[in-house]
Design a protein around this ligand. Structure first.
Ligand code: EPU
Length: 416
């Protein structure tokens, strides 16, 4: 199993380019199921989760051409097998995103129930209830969601704003008969990017990016070409890393307006930030100040940045209160940060982080994707060597992170 070995204490300097967004690419790959014409995607990140989704689609009968680096051409001329098996769903919950498009296109779908995951229970009841309201007959048996029926438009009110739930129903609604209104919809930029791709395919969508999305169903969708949006969480991770180590970095090819609250918090922490088109420049030379964050659905502070900000607070001056409101078990990095010398107390889903003058390198273990990113940042500021085990979590969501950080002067290497 690969590990990352980091020698901490070096400032980051230079320029780094952000990859396409994992959480936009995954639903958009599934959108290929909605049409028998080719969908060409560019800026597709090379990540394990993306490869898993491509394997899943190929098993269903989608042909994939990945001849050009960073691009993929998908053609779902015939869907032979509208099934997402347990073996793939258990490795990647986002496989549930195949449910809506398969049902809308084929009138039937069978997708394994995802089950719990490290960061929380993560039920999919909102996806199921939504499809039922649109006319699907759904059976939950043998660990699978079996759905059949022709979908019709309706008004849906989500009990809870769910990102993949909104994406699943948005895709399903594009081919449903009549108009679907999604209320209390997720407003994340990745939902907007999916809507942009679906619109290019001929879907009729209004309101993406607000909590009320209206979709007028059409009889068929066509092929299209779409560039996946830049990864805002990868961007935020690099920015948090530079704020933590000190230094000066330009993050290029990004979408700054998707990061408003993260940039505000980094500024509060003592960083100087300048935005110029798709480039964010961050510099920190002065003191690093503790900043408190409370996660919330977009446009609030993203849960996917909570762990990285905890690493930042661990070395900052003062005390930060970090509250996780989206997932019930997303503080597993606390235990590992303590191994590096961090002073953190946890009560329920709130962590009180008292900044310490120094962290010291140690052997630590990654428990989930963003916890891994937190440990990388902590390793970059800790004195001495930090070795991070189980980095397969990191490879699910960060493209060549050790290469990109090395390019900024970090002493980081993958140990096979
Ligand atoms: N929820 C329900 N019922 C549902 C769906 C969700 O109760 O049917 C709850 C969840 O348990 C959670 C809350 O609603 O407490 C929000 O979950 P959401 O459905 O929005 O999460 P998701 O769609 O499963 C996506 C991202 C996550 C990210 C969250 C929140 C993808 C593929 N995944 O998950 O990304 O943390 O939204 O922004 O888009 C990551 O990249 O590290 C990651 C975990």
């Amino acid at each position: 199993m690969d590990k990352l070995s980091i020698e901490g204490g070096h400032r980051l300097e230079g320029e780094v380019r952000v990859s396409g967004a994992k959480n936009a690419a995954l639903p958009i790959l599934c959108a290929a199921l909605l049409t028998n014409e080719p969908l060409t995607l560019t800026n597709v990140p090379r990540l394990n989760d993306v490869r898993t989704m491509q394997t899943l689609l190929a098993q269903m009968g989608v042909s994939l051409d990945m001849g050009t680096p960073g691009a993929v051409r998908l053609e779902a001329a015939h869907i032979g097998w509208p099934l997402a098996p347990y073996e793939l769903v258990k490795t990647m919950r986002a496989s549930i995103l195949a449910l809506g498009p398969l049902l809308a296109r084929c009138g039937e779908a069978r997708v394994s129930l995802p089950g719990g995951c490290a960061i929380g229970l993560r039920p999919v009841d909102q996806h199921v209830k939504g499809l039922q309201a649109m006319g699907a007959a759904i059976d939950l048996e043998h660990g699978y969601i079996s759905a059949t029926g022709r979908l019709h438009g309706t008004k849906l009110v989500f009990d809870i704003a769910t990102v993949t739930g909104t994406e699943n129903l948005l895709m399903a609604a594009t081919l449903a008969e009549g108009t679907t209104v999604l209320e209390n919809a997720a407003r994340e930029p990745e939902v907007v990017d999916l809507a942009r791709c679906l619109t290019a395919m001929g879907a009729r969508i209004a309101g993406a990016g607000t909590d009320r999305i209206t979709v007028e169903g059409v009889a068929r969708l066509s092929g299209a070409t779409h560039a996946v949006m830049p990864d805002r969480i990868e961007t935020g991770t690099f920015l948090a890393a530079v704020a933590a180590t000190g230094g000066r970095v330009a993050v290029t090819g990004t979408q700054p307006d998707a990061l408003d609250v993260v940039l505000t918090k980094l500024h509060e922490a003592g960083a100087t930030i300048a935005v110029d088109g798709d480039v964010i420049r961050l510099e920190r030379d002065g003191p690093l100040t503790a900043v408190s964050v409370r996660t919330a659905p977009h446009p609030g502070f993203p849960t996917d940045m909570q762990a990285q900000f905890m690493a930042l607070a661990a070395r900052a001056e003062g005390t930060a209160v970090i509250t996780e409101t989206i997932f019930e078990n997303r503080m597993m990095h606390v235990q590992e940060l303590r191994r590096l010398g961090a002073d953190i107390e946890v009560e329920g889903n709130t962590a009180v982080v008292r900044g310490v003058a120094k962290l010291t390198g140690a052997d630590v273990m990654a428990t989930d994707l963003r916890a891994s990113a937190c440990l990388v940042i902590a390793g970059l500021v800790a004195e001495g060597r930090t070795t991070i085990d189980r980095i397969y979590h990191l490879d699910r969501g960060y493209e060549r992170i050790e290469e990109k950080l090395s390019g900024l002067g970090a002493r980081i290497e993958r140990v096979r």
